[in-house]
Design a protein around this ligand. Structure first.
Ligand SMILES: Nc1ncnc2c1ncn2[C@@H]1O[C@H](COP(=O)(O)OP(=O)(O)OP(=O)(O)O)[C@@H](O)[C@H]1O
Length: 437
């Protein structure tokens, strides 16, 4: 990190400069451990002042990525730039970054005040300046009255706040955070999430935040990258990755604690109608039809197997006495399998009629009635949703025409107008961006 004690107000950290180079950039970075590729040809740009999360399941390479940015590990290939400067080979203590670890890593024999002051001593600040800066950062993390305590006299959440104050007090260009809330209980985690958001917005420092907790990443981040087996699967805002996942992996991995992951329905293309932004694809699923907007540049053929995702809170249930979904909506006949009362909502598990092998769908309904009161019409017989809530998932390696990704299924469903399984799919539908190939 730079040894530049600037005479700026304590919390006037860095003014995020979106016009300059990214705060962090990885270009084609690879890191291999003996026979294990932890990070594979990975490229990523994190803007100045962003709260950027790296989210992925265990073993997807998150910590390895962070450790390479910190300078604790070297990549086998590729470039890592901080503020536009390649730092590969630059030792950790000379990089303009600081790290907050899951384990806090405070000095147990030092007071809270001395822990925060520790990293500042080498900056050559005047005594009054140093005192003011430590005070400001303890204020920032709302521990102003705790300076004399030792770490063991603090709760886990308070210890992590000290670690954050210590890391920020040196005013690094980038703060790296490696699962900093993982050791805390659920309630403290939720509190500290709010705190972290406030702190980041207040100081404006770029945060690069590693977590395996989907909700944490959604709540905290301006943008996030979803990692899968050492590669970036998708980068986007929380709403992008939640509402418009690019793959089955992201659709299923990005889960909300209330509604879980996306439903993924597999079927075959029946028709493509309309053109341009109005192009719609109709997919046969069981005895029903799913309608989805066709993404730009995507070409489909009649009979082509495709997967469509829809979030459980976006779908609606209809009983035999209801009118059913309005025309132009997806319409899938179902039979009830289970319901789970979760307080504010009820989770309905329903089976797709005509596709016994399909994973049951989950639909959430708000509990606007009292528990035990049933609505008119008994159990659900149809599920429906608007086409804009359908996400046509990209073909994945091993999927596509007749293929299947590991764990997935690929088989044509019996539906109106589908070609005979095994016959060559025929082009259907409209032209323009909805072109069929
Ligand atoms: N020092 C090491 N030696 C050998 N293999 C390693 C080493 N560190 C990581 N790996 C392997 O590299 C892969 C990525 O590990 P990494 O710790 O970066 O993943 P992660 O996404 O942070 O996982 P977690 O959420 O469990 O911490 C894993 O398969 C892991 O076993």
């Amino acid at each position: 990190m730079s040894e530049d004690p600037r005479e700026t107000p304590a919390l006037d950290h860095r003014v995020p400069d979106a016009s300059g180079p990214p705060a962090v950039e990885l270009r084609g970075v690879t890191r291999t451990y003996t026979d294990q590729v932890a990070v594979r040809d990975l490229s990523l740009r994190v803007g100045e002042g962003e709260f950027f999360s790296v989210l992925g399941p265990s073993g997807s390479g998150k910590t390895t990525l962070l450790r390479m940015v910190a300078g604790f590990e070297d990549p086998d290939g590729g470039a890592i730039l901080l503020g536009g400067r390649d730092v590969v080979g630059v030792p950790a203590h000379r990089r303009d970054v600081n790290t907050v670890f899951q384990s806090y890593a405070l000095f147990p024999h030092l007071s809270v005040w001395d822990n925060v002051a520790y990293g500042l001593r080498r900056l050559g600040l005047r005594r009054a300046e140093l005192r003011a800066r430590v005070g400001d950062y303890l204020d920032l993390v709302q521990l102003a009255g705790y300076g004399r305590r030792r770490p063991h006299q603090l709760s886990g959440g308070q210890q992590q706040r000290v670690a954050i104050a210590r890391a920020l007090a040196r005013r690094p260009r980038v703060l790296l955070l490696d699962e900093p809330l993982a050791a805390l209980d659920a309630q403290l985690r939720a509190q500290l999430r709010v705190e972290l958001t406030r702190i980041q917005r207040e100081v404006g420092t770029t945060f690069l935040y590693v977590t395996h907790d989907q909700e944490e990443a959604l709540v905290l981040s301006h943008r996030l990258a979803v990692l899968r087996a050492g590669r970036v699967e998708q980068v986007g805002t929380p709403a992008d990755v939640y509402e418009r996942p690019v793959s089955r992996f992201v659709a299923e991995f990005i889960r909300s604690s209330t509604t879980g992951g996306s439903n993924v329905l597999e079927g075959t293309v029946r028709t493509v109608t309309g053109a341009g932004n109005a192009a719609l694809v109709e997919v046969s699923v069981g005895e029903g039809a799913v309608l989805a907007e066709l993404p730009p540049g995507r070409a489909l053929r009649r009979g082509q197997p495709v997967a469509v995702a829809v979030r459980p809170e976006k779908a609606r249930l209809y009983s035999a006495e209801d009118d059913g979904p309005p025309p132009g909506w997806s319409r899938v006949p179902v039979r009830p399998r289970d319901t789970v009362y979760t307080g504010a909502a009820t989770e309905h598990l329903v089976e797709v009629v005509g596709d016994p092998g399909a994973t049951p769908l989950t639909v959430f309904t708000q509990n606007t009635r009292r528990a035990g009161e049933t609505g008119p019409g008994g159990g659900p017989v149809l599920v429906g949703w608007e086409p804009r809530f359908s996400v046509l998932l990209a073909d994945e390696p091993g999927r596509g025409d007749g293929g299947a990704e590991p764990g997935g299924r690929a088989r044509p469903t019996a539906a109106d107008g589908d070609p005979t399984p095994g016959s060559a799919p025929t082009p259907v539908g409209a032209t323009s961006r909805a072109d069929v190939s």
